[in-house]
Write a protein of this length. Structure first.
Length: 333
């Protein structure tokens, strides 16, 4: 795989994390993130207008932090990469506008990166040699997809959620159980002392499908809380919710690997930080004789390093964006 050999300044502002990173090839020199978690916790979810305003305030200090941490001065930057799709359009616009200004002022190559391609590329930061082709499971607050990764830049979605993403099931389940926001870490923490088999919950779609459905699971958690009332064992309910999500994701992912005859699976996205899911997939892959890869925790949630990694091979191939690069709320992978 040919990679861009000069420092790339990468920006990510697709939702509620203001991020900047410096990447050279597959090496992450810095990865600065300004979280908006406390800001949005008061509303129990991301408020788009508030997110965009927070990005405006945090982006320049975050860029300076990334350059400082990397030990790289602005004149050493060889290209600028930015998430321009998909996401909250107001939030995306902040990063895209800044990236275009930096590229124009310093006459640098500019490249726009799809947010999901960033997640798929996050495993490139590992020292392991990732085999191509391989299957990838993307799991986050807004996405749950199974993807055939033929090569960097060549993707085919083979399975997707028909309604809600797994991350949303975590968030809504945590809200029902009174565990707070964001839901994934809250459920994981509560589940540590819980019995995952205490409350049987529905897995959604049956049969040999590679698709997912989590809306029924969200409803089941709500009905469970209403039925049990004050007698509900919250750690057991959290453990049962986590177990069910991990089991569904594992079954579908392994099915996809076996069906494609690939010998490797990657797990990426914000929910990839969930230890129960990691352990479940790793054990299943070991049973099937399949290699399993997942990025370090700091590269699972939204970050700019993954955008720089995705940009590295595209820039090396000579791909460039024009100065009229747009932010797009929706875009296919």
């Amino acid at each position: 795989m040919t990679l861009f050999d000069r420092p790339i300044l990468a920006l990510e502002t697709s939702c509620d994390e203001t991020a900047a990173a410096v990447v050279v090839g597959r090496k992450v020199l810095s990865n600065a993130v300004a979280s908006q978690m406390e800001l949005h916790a008061q509303w129990g979810g991301v408020v788009p207008e508030a997110a965009a305003r927070a990005h405006v305030e945090a982006l320049l200090p975050t860029i300076e932090a990334a350059l400082r941490d990397a030990g790289v001065t602005r004149d050493k930057i060889g290209a600028v990469a930015v998430t321009n799709r998909p996401g909250l359009v107001g939030a995306l616009s902040v990063g895209v506008t800044a990236a275009k200004a930096l590229a124009f002022a310093r006459k640098l190559p500019l490249i726009g990166i799809h947010h999901l391609e960033g997640h798929l590329s996050s495993v490139l930061a590992l020292e392991d040699e990732i085999p191509f082709p391989h299957a990838a499971l993307i799991v986050s607050g807004g996405h749950t997809e199974l993807v055939e990764v033929r090569s960097p830049g060549e993707y085919r979605i083979v399975g997707a959620t028909r309604d809600d993403a797994a991350g949303e099931a975590f968030d809504k389940g945590a809200r029902v159980l009174g565990l707070g926001y964001p839901g994934g870490p809250a459920v994981q923490k509560a589940a540590l002392s819980g019995d995952p088999r205490r409350y049987p919950l529905p897995k959604g779609l049956s049969g040999e499908t590679l698709d997912f459905s989590f809306s029924g699971l969200k409803t089941a958690v709500l009905r469970l809380a209403e039925k049990e009332g004050s007698s509900l064992n919250v750690p057991d309910a959290a453990a049962s919710l986590q177990y069910t999500i991990a089991r569904v994701l594992t079954e579908r992912a392994v099915r996809a690997v076996v069906a494609s005859d690939f010998r490797a699976l990657t797990l990426v996205g914000g929910v990839a930080a969930n230890r129960a899911l990691r352990d479940s997939l790793r054990a299943a892959c070991e049973r099937e004789g399949v290699a399993f890869f997942t990025p370090p925790f700091e590269l699972c949630t939204d970050n700019a390093a993954m955008i720089g990694l995705a940009a590295s091979f595209r820039l090396a191939r000579g791909e460039r964006a024009d100065i009229d690069l747009e932010a797009m709320a929706n875009a296919d992978l």
